[in-house]
Design a binder for this molecule. Structure first.
Ligand code: TXA
Ligand code: MG
Length: 322
């Protein structure tokens, strides 16, 4: 069973030894290994049971370090990085030779990010090599936002989980690419479109990930982020739960309370309707209800703005029936 702790030295020793360690970030926990060691990177894929055609993000301690791994850093990227790094911004840029093909699934671009979490920044500084890290969940399952979530899903497969508490953002990073002086958004994330637009202008933003049926970024599969319990995303919760046994369903709402459903089966994400706070707690709520062996989980559709857009994107994928 994995040790859960805050010992950066122990985590570093394991990583230097080619092992896989779970690390906290401000978005979700990552399953990390030395990005420059293909054998170590391979372990990430086998531990997660993730197809090797799905590329990984590399995590770096500073913006300065990015130059060692990419051949281009366009002006728009600089502009975004100045505002959002360290933070939940992942930039897909042309890679240098030093980045193993296994990390990028053979693509000419590499995804880079500087996570904004004190423990992990310290770890990255002591290591001297970048960490390749996908979210620390088994492929297709909900991403973890606590060390305990990681332990429950992958604890018997990894030696160490660096415990950084509950993730501050609770949703994955926003992934962008740059083409012809435009920002292409591959994945909605913890930075909202509105926040990106404030920096680069709405006219320079192209969103290209919403078509569930046509994934653009490899790995942006229509089904993903799913609990084991069947999940339904609804904009008419009252009506959609009518035919269900109220004792056997779970519900997640922004702030609505339901009198006829057991208290422990319902989670209000933010009683004052604060979407950022709701995003921070969404995955934790899904993990919590998924552990109760209910017949179904109903989630109220979030307002289609700001972080609400990201939450709806994840919930659509979580609700996707194969
Ligand atoms: O917040 C996050 O981004 C977390 C934390 C741990 O940093 N990581 C994360 O990684 O969500 P993952 O592997 O679960 O999702 C990364 C996404 C995948 O959909 C992958 O296809 C895409 O990034 N990606 C990675 N490298 C890419 C590349 N070179 N080109 C296009 N998409 C890429
Ligand atoms: Mg993931």
């Amino acid at each position: 069973m994995a040790i859960i702790g805050q010992d950066i030295k122990q985590a570093a020793a394991l990583l230097k030894n080619g092992e896989v360690v779970a690390i906290p970030t401000e978005t979700v926990y990552g399953l990390a290994a030395n990005a420059l060691d293909s054998e170590a990177v391979k372990l990430i894929f086998t531990t997660k049971e993730r197809p090797m055609t799905n590329p990984l993000i590399i995590h770096l301690p500073s913006l300065e370090a990015v130059q060692d791994y990419v051949t281009e850093f366009p002006p728009l990227a600089k502009k975004l990085a100045a505002v959002f790094c360290p933070g939940p911004l992942t930039m897909v840029l042309p890679k240098k030779e030093i980045v193993p093909d296994l990390v990028t699934a053979g693509l000419p671009n590499v995804a880079v990010r500087i996570p904004n979490h004190q423990l992990t920044l310290e770890l990255l500084q002591t290591l001297g090599f970048p960490l390749a890290a996908p979210s620390a969940n088994p492929f297709g399952y909900i991403s973890p936002t606590t060390a305990q979530h990681v332990a429950k899903q992958l604890g018997d497969k990894i030696p160490y989980i660096l415990d950084g508490g509950l993730c501050q953002k609770g949703l994955e990073s926003t992934i962008v690419n740059f083409q012809n002086d435009k920002v292409i958004v591959y994945r909605l994330g913890a930075i909202s479109l509105e926040e990106l637009a404030e920096v680069v202008g709405a006219d320079n933003l192209i969103l290209d990930n919403l078509k569930l049926e046509k994934p653009l970024s490899p790995g942006m599969l229509p089904y993903h982020y799913s609990p084991h319990t069947s999940l339904f995303l609804t904009d008419d919760l009252e009506n959609d739960i009518l035919s269900f046994n109220k004792e056997k369903i779970g519900i997640i709402t922004l702030s609505k309370v339901f009198q006829n459903i057991p208290k422990k089966h319902q989670i209000q994400l933010s009683l004052n309707d604060d979407l950022a706070n709701a995003g921070h707690l969404l995955y934790q709520a899904m993990h919590q209800l998924d552990a109760l062996s209910l017949e179904a989980i109903f989630v109220e559709k979030m307002p289609d703005e700001g972080i609400g857009k990201t939450m709806n994107d994840r919930l659509k994928r979580a609700a996707y029936k194969r």
